[in-house]
Design a protein around this ligand. Sequence first.
Ligand code: GTB
Length: 219
Amino acid sequence: MTTTITITAFERSPDRGRGLARDMRLRWALEEAGQPYQVRLVSFTAMKEPEHLARHPFGQIPTYEEGGLTLFETGSIVFHIAERHPGLLPADARARAHAITWMFAALNTVEPPILDLATAKLLEADRPWAAERLPLVIDRIRARLSQLSTRLGNEDWLDGPFSAGDLLMVSVLIRLKLSGLLNEYPTLAAYVARGEARPAYARAFAAQLAAFNASPPPG
Ligand code: GTB
């Protein structure tokens, strides 16, 4: 008997369902794992109400429900999926440890300066010190991209076959596409393009976009 998996996603995503909200990471992992799932769309208001706060203490998306299990935090959920289904973590213990290391590297080392850029542009742009801070934020991103690009070199994926580490790293880097920063590193731009070219990614993207297009316009 299979247990239904339900994830939560934005009812009206600010990016209009174009792959940037984090439910995309779960959709992609579930598609790679060949697992069907349902989606519960939540409004920004509903996210802060008790029913959703019981699923997610910080009132955010995504969440993951499977039988009696409820999880939040994208990294933990992707790990949960990857541990239970083939395709996202290697069987060999050492290779698996490396892939898990790249999951943490994506979320703990590469993503923070990228999130800082979004904060600087969206939330701090009117502060008197904003113009002075922005180049520092961008320099910190460039430092990480340069190191990552060197490490990836001519390989397709970070450590052997595609893994949950690549899934998270590509997802993190995608957020830089609009800034133009990714294209400064052709190795990484090609890496992201390889991720986006995976059929599982394409299915996840199409599903997220379809959910946005089907959701009611703000009333
Ligand atoms: N650490 C948590 C995790 O990884 O699961 C962070 C979850 C998180 O940031 N969730 C965001 C959220 O719920 C949505 S994904 N925000 C609403 C709130 O906090 O009230 C971040 C996101 C949202 C929208 C875009 N976009 O439209 O471009 C991109 C990324």
